[in-house]
Design a binder for this molecule. Structure first.
Ligand SMILES: [Cu+2]
Length: 499
C-alpha cells in the first residue's frame, strides 16, 4: 500500500508541476536534480552479510556511518511445530521461525536480497517488505518455487521499523501460516543505546480444531475469512514467551521492544501489565509519543516501545482485547530481577489470581492425559495430575487452591458433604453453573457460580476426578463420556465454548 501511495503522490506532484509550467521537459529537471531523501549515494566498503536473528533476539546495531551493500540470505521453511501444548501446526516460515528472522540495516544501505525456498517445501513463496520502495515491495521479483532461489536489490530509503510478509496467493493463507517478520532500517545516527532489545510479533491463527484441542491442527480457510481466530499469539505459539522462555531484564535497565503485528486479520491493542511505555514510536515511524499505556498496532504494522524497569516482578505482555490474552494465547512475560523499591510498589511476584492457569509455565500434565486418552491408557493418576493443573487456573480462584473455599462466599470442595452426596451432580454444576441456596457442611450459601463451559469434556472429567481424590474427599473417577452425557442432558446450549 505504502508503495502505491508514494507512486500516487509522485504522480500528483508531477501532474501539478506540469500544470504549473505546462512543459514536460521542464518537469524532469527539478525532479532528477534533487537528492532523494534517505539516499546517501552508492554503497561503500566491502559487502556485508546481514546478521539475521530468531525471535525474540534482535541483531546488533549496524554501528556504521556510511551506506553499505548488505547481503540478506533468507530461507523459507515449511515446518510442523507446537502452537500450544500438545497441538501441532504446519507453519510456513521465513528462516524457520514465526515471526521470521529479524533483519537490521541502516538507511541508505543497498540490500541484495536472496530468497531461498527449501526443496522439501510444497508451496511457492515470495516476500513483500514494507521497507522497500518499488512495486510489490519485492514481491514481483521474488516469486520462488520450491528448490529455487530469487534475488533482487533495493535501496532502503526510509528509516523505520517495517513488517515483511509473503504475498503469494492466497496471500491471507500464507500470512496466516506465519509468513511475516520485521526489518529495522536504522536512522543514520543509529538508535540510542539501551540494555535490552527484543523482537515480539503478534499473529492470529485459524485451525480446524478447537482451542487447545490436542493433536495436529490444520488451517481453516472459512474461519480465516470470517476473522474468527482460534489462537492469537505472540511469536508464533501460545507460551512462546512465558515461564522459562520469558523475556529477561534487571531492575534499573531500559528495555526496547520491537513489536510487530503480522495479522493477517486482527489489530493489536498492545499493553504491558504493570508498566507504562516511556516512549512509543507509533506505527514504526520517526516520532515518539510518551507515557503510553496501550498502543495500537495495525495488521502489517509495528511499533518500537521503550520502558525503564523500576521494580522487580513479572510483567505481562498482552493484546488488551483481553479474551485474546486469556482464551486465545496472546500473553507473554518479561521477568525483571532486582531489589524491591517499596516506595514505588509494595511488591508481589505474579498475581496468580489475575493470570489463572497462564501463571504456570506448562500444562504438560494436561497434554499427557490427552495423549493417554487417545491411546486408551489413561490412568487415575494421569487424570488427577491433569485435573490439578486445570483446577489451578479455573476453580481455585473461588474455591481456593486447598479446596477450602472462602467462608460465607465460596463453599468448600474439601470434605464437602454436598459433593459426596452426588459426585456426578458436580459435572452439571461445572457445565451449567449453580445459583440459589445450597447447604454445604451445614453452612448455607446463596450465590452464583458461573458456567465453566469453556472447558471440554476431558478437562471437566479430569478436574472432577482431581477434586474427588483430594483433601480427604471420598475418591472416585469420572470420564469424558460421563461429561458428554451430562452436557447432552443439559441441552444444546452447553456446547463447549472452545473454538
Ligand atoms: Cu508464502
Amino acid at each position: 500500500m505504502q508503495v502505491i501511495n508514494k507512486r500516487f503522490l509522485t504522480g500528483l506532484a508531477v501532474a501539478s508541476s506540469l500544470a504549473a509550467v505546462l512543459c514536460g521537459a521542464a518537469v524532469a529537471k527539478p525532479l532528477s536534480g534533487k537528492a532523494i531523501k534517505g539516499d546517501f549515494g552508492p554503497p561503500q566498503g566491502e559487502p556485508i552479510h546481514a546478521v539475521l536473528t530468531s525471535p525474540p533476539q534482535v541483531p546488533p546495531p549496524t554501528n556504521r556511518k556510511y551506506p553499505a551493500k548488505v547481503i540478506v540470505d533468507l530461507e523459507v521453511r515449511e515446518i510442523e511445530k507446537e502452537i500450544s501444548e500438545g497441538v501441532r501446526y504446519t507453519y510456513w516460515t521465513f528462516g524457520g521461525t514465526v515471526p521470521g528472522s529479524f533483519i537490521r540495516v541502516r538507511v541508505g544501505d543497498t540490500v541484495e536480497f536472496h530468497l531461498k525456498n527449501h526443496p522439501d517445501n510444497k508451496m511457492p513463496h515470495n516476500i513483500d517488505l514494507h521497507g522497500v520502495t518499488g512495486p510489490g515491495g519485492g514481491a514481483a521479483s521474488s516469486f520462488t518455487a520450491p528448490g529455487h532461489e530469487s534475488q533482487f536489490t533495493f535501496k532502503a530509503l526510509n528509516q523505520g521499523l517495517y513488517v515483511y510478509h509473503c504475498a503469494t496467493a492466497p496471500v491471507g493463507m500464507h500470512v496466516a501460516n506465519g509468513m511475516y517478520g520485521m526489518i529495522l532500517v536504522e536512522p543514520p545516527e543509529g538508535l540510542p543505546k539501551v540494555d535490552h532489545e527484543y523482537y515480539v510479533m503478534q499473529g492470529d491463527f485459524y485451525t480446524n480444531s478447537k482451542y487447545r484441542e490436542k493433536g495436529l491442527a490444520a488451517f481453516d480457510m472459512e474461519k480465516a475469512i470470517d476473522e474468527r481466530p482460534t489462537y492469537v499469539v505472540f511469536n508464533g505459539a501460545e507460551g512462546s514467551l512465558t515461564g522459562d522462555k520469558a523475556l529477561k531484564a534487571k531492575v534499573g535497565e531500559t528495555v526496547r521492544l520491537f513489536v510487530g503485528n503480522g495479522g493477517p486479520n486482527l489489530v493489536s491493542s498492545f499493553h504491558v501489565i504493570g508498566e507504562i511505555f516511556d516512549k512509543v514510536w507509533f506505527e514504526g515511524g520517526s516520532h515518539f509519543q510518551e507515557n503510553v499505556q496501550t498502543t495500537l498496532i495495525p495488521a502489517g504494522g509495528a511499533v518500537t516501545a521503550e520502558f525503564h524497569l523500576d521494580v522487580p516482578g513479572t510483567y505481562i505482555l498482552v493484546d488488551h482485547s483481553i479474551f485474546r490474552a486469556f482464551n486465545k494465547g496472546a500473553l507473554a512475560m518479561l521477568k525483571a530481577e532486582g531489589p524491591e523499591n517499596k516506595s514505588i510498589y509494595s511488591g508481589k511476584e505474579v498475581d496468580s489470581t489475575y493470570l489463572g492457569d497462564r501463571a504456570q509455565p506448562s500444562l504438560a500434565a494436561v497434554t499427557h492425559a490427552a495423549q493417554a486418552t487417545a491411546s486408551g491408557t489413561l490412568t487415575l493418576q494421569d487424570q488427577v495430575k491433569a485435573g490439578q493443573a486445570l483446577f489451578t487456573g479455573t476453580c481455585s480462584v473461588c474455591h481456593q487452591a486447598n479446596g477450602e473455599g472462602i467462608a460465607g462466599v465460596f463453599p468448600p470442595l474439601a470434605k464437602s458433604d454436598f459433593l459426596a452426596a452426588d459426585p456426578k451432580r458436580a459435572l452439571s454444576i461445572v457445565l451449567k453453573g449453580l445459583t440459589g441456596k445450597v447447604t454445604v457442611n451445614s453452612h448455607e450459601y446463596n450465590s452464583v457460580m458461573p458456567p465453566m463451559n469453556q472447558l471440554n469434556d476431558d478437562e471437566v472429567a479430569n478436574i472432577i476426578t482431581y477434586v474427588l481424590n483430594s483433601w480427604g474427599n471420598p475418591g472416585g473417577r469420572v470420564n469424558a463420556s460421563d461429561v458428554t452425557m451430562a452436557r447432552a442432558a443439559a441441552g444444546g446450549q452447553n456446547k463447549p465454548a472452545h473454538e
